[in-house]
Design a protein around this ligand. Structure first.
Ligand code: ATP
Ligand code: ZN
Ligand code: MG
Ligand code: MG
Length: 486
């Protein structure tokens, strides 16, 4: 990319979140991720160009030095900071404005700093030689996959109903979404194929901002916030059908929509459980502690016939869950430690640097959080380590997984068919007991899968008090209305 010859016509709107707006290159598999500001600050940006540069460099460092070591390098693409011509950024912002969803327009794209994060475009992977059929990429924002330990929470409900499910009630009560989603992260993170299947089906039905599908780099399925309409499932099925026409090793154009959807979900479950090398031993610790099942999930426990197997230890979900579980104290147990650090910084402002409160996010930062004493010895080092751990866990609770499914070419398919026989055998054993009719003929369509993790920004130190307030609001809303909503 020649930074002095940037042309806005080479870039198009790709998507956005709460903090950043993403544009993709029309030819090369690359994206630019630009910062956003509240619209009322549009005339005078909240930070200087140097501060914006520092913020993005911090994101790169946090991702490459901290999150990558916790989540596994193979899943992470940290990218690099780029300095763009201001005229290009201005033109780009005008160009993409009309494509932005109205409900995101309370923020504007940063056009003053000229800084952006340049990343590989994870929705147009080049895993194999280009095939005729474009890759399918599925983005899942899984959220927190475990219940907090009873030791640290003041309200019993928090040990029974997961944060996501409680938050759903809050969001519906506040009009952010019209309908509640029946997705529960504890089902997705269970490692049990039936529960995972169930979770993904509910993500598809009510995607909110937790589920998107891209085909050949274009978003073909997502939710519109505040809208009454459900996203167009028929259109999704129409896109998916050509990928899932094989049953019983024959092309079959009469495959029902239900079968297409089932095959799609099952391929996704396989991709999420695939180990990508390594031993893949299965770990099921949360289940044993009873912290892996949410009472608000409408998945019927009786349906689990084979118990929970847990997640393979080198799967993307396992790595995310382990990192989320660095939040060992819950916000309620953490908050007093946060206050201790805050007080210490007021007394000794120079300590901010040594304790790496705002970074730098380097090896030493990682070491601080990994070498945390197991008991609270009253030291500020202990408090800081717990705060760092909590912030890292917050990032892991907020990240997204991008699963890329690249259809194999014909000859690869023949090779893979042999390998898949083993897989198919496992699938059939697991499934034939539960859903005989649908899955008896299932042959996993031949895809190569890969998984990446994106959106790994550090969460600010001073966002912790806000977290506590939000937690209190969500819990009290749930206790007032909970269970009452359908
Ligand atoms: P959030 O509100 O979830 O915190 P955010 O503002 O931090 O979001 P991202 O999630 O990083 O922003 O990016 C917004 C969207 O842009 C993503 O949901 C994804 O669809 C797309 N996106 C981000 N990075 C990439 C990438 N490297 N390749 C392809 N698409 C991407
Ligand atoms: Zn739940
Ligand atoms: Mg995001
Ligand atoms: Mg984010």
């Amino acid at each position: 990319m020649e930074l002095d010859k940037m042309d806005e016509n080479d870039w198009k709107y790709h998507g956005e979140g709460n903090k950043s707006l993403v544009v993709s290159h029309v030819q090369h598999p690359r994206v630019l991720r630009l910062l956003k500001y509240p619209a009322e600050d549009s005339e005078n940006p909240p930070q200087t160009a140097e501060q914006a540069y520092r913020q993005i460099q911090n994101i790169v460092d946090f991702s490459s030095n901290v999150m990558s070591s916790l989540l596994g390098e193979k899943f992470i693409h940290s990218g690099e900071v780029v300095k763009l011509p201001l005229e290009f950024v201005r033109q780009l912002s005008i160009k993409v404005q009309h494509q932005r969803p109205a409900w995101r327009c309370d923020k504007v794209m940063d056009i003053y700093s000229g800084c952006a994060l340049c990343l590989p475009n994870l929705t147009s992977p080049a895993l194999h030689q280009p095939t005729h059929t474009p890759p399918l990429c599925i983005e899942i924002k899984p959220k927190c996959g475990f219940l907090p330990s009873p030791k640290h929470v003041s309200k019993d409900i928090k040990t029974k109903v997961c944060r996501y499910c409680m938050h759903q009630h809050y969001k519906v009560a506040n009009g952010k979404w019209k309908r509640r989603s029946f997705y529960c992260p504890l089902d997705l993170f269970s490692g049990n194929r039936q529960r995972m299947h169930f979770a993904i089906r509910h993500l598809i039905e009510e995607p909110q901002n937790n589920f998107k599908v891209f085909k050949g780099g274009q978003c073909i399925y997502s939710s519109k916030e505040g809208s009454d309409e459900s996203p167009d499932m028929n259109s999704l099925l129409h896109h998916l059908r050509p990928y899932f026409l094989h049953t019983n090793n024959r092309m079959n154009s009469h495959v029902t929509s239900k079968a297409v959807l089932n095959d799609f979900i099952q391929v996704l479950v396989n991709a999420l459980l695939s180990s990508g090398g390594g031993d893949g031993s299965v770990v099921a610790d949360r289940q044993a502690e009873g912290r892996g099942f949410c009472e608000a999930s409408i998945f019927n426990k009786e349906r689990i016939r084979h118990g929970s197997r847990g997640l393979p230890s080198d799967s993307v979900l396992f790595r995310i869950l382990q990192t989320q579980m660095l939040d060992t104290l819950d916000i309620e147990g953490l908050y007093p430690l946060y206050r201790q650090v805050e007080q210490h910084l007021q007394d000794f402002p120079k300590e901010r640097t040594r304790l790496q409160i705002e970074g730098p996010y380097n090896e030493a930062f990682l070491e601080k959080l990994q070498k945390c004493p197991s008991e609270n010895d009253g030291s500020v080092e202990y408090a800081v380590a717990k705060v760092h751990q909590y912030r890292v866990a917050m990032t892991a609770k907020d990240c997204s997984i991008m699963v890329a499914l690249v259809p194999s070419s014909e000859e690869e398919e023949d090779n893979e068919r042999c390998e898949n026989k083993i897989l198919r055998k496992i699938n059939t054993t697991v499934y034939c007991l539960s859903s005989q009719r649908q899955l008896r003929d299932f042959r996993p369509p031949a895809f190569s899968y890969s998984a990446s993790i994106l959106d790994l920004d550090p969460k600010p130190f001073d966002s912790i008090p806000r977290q506590l307030r939000l937690d209190q609001k969500i819990v009290s809303c749930y206790l007032r209305t909970g269970g009452a909503l359908p």
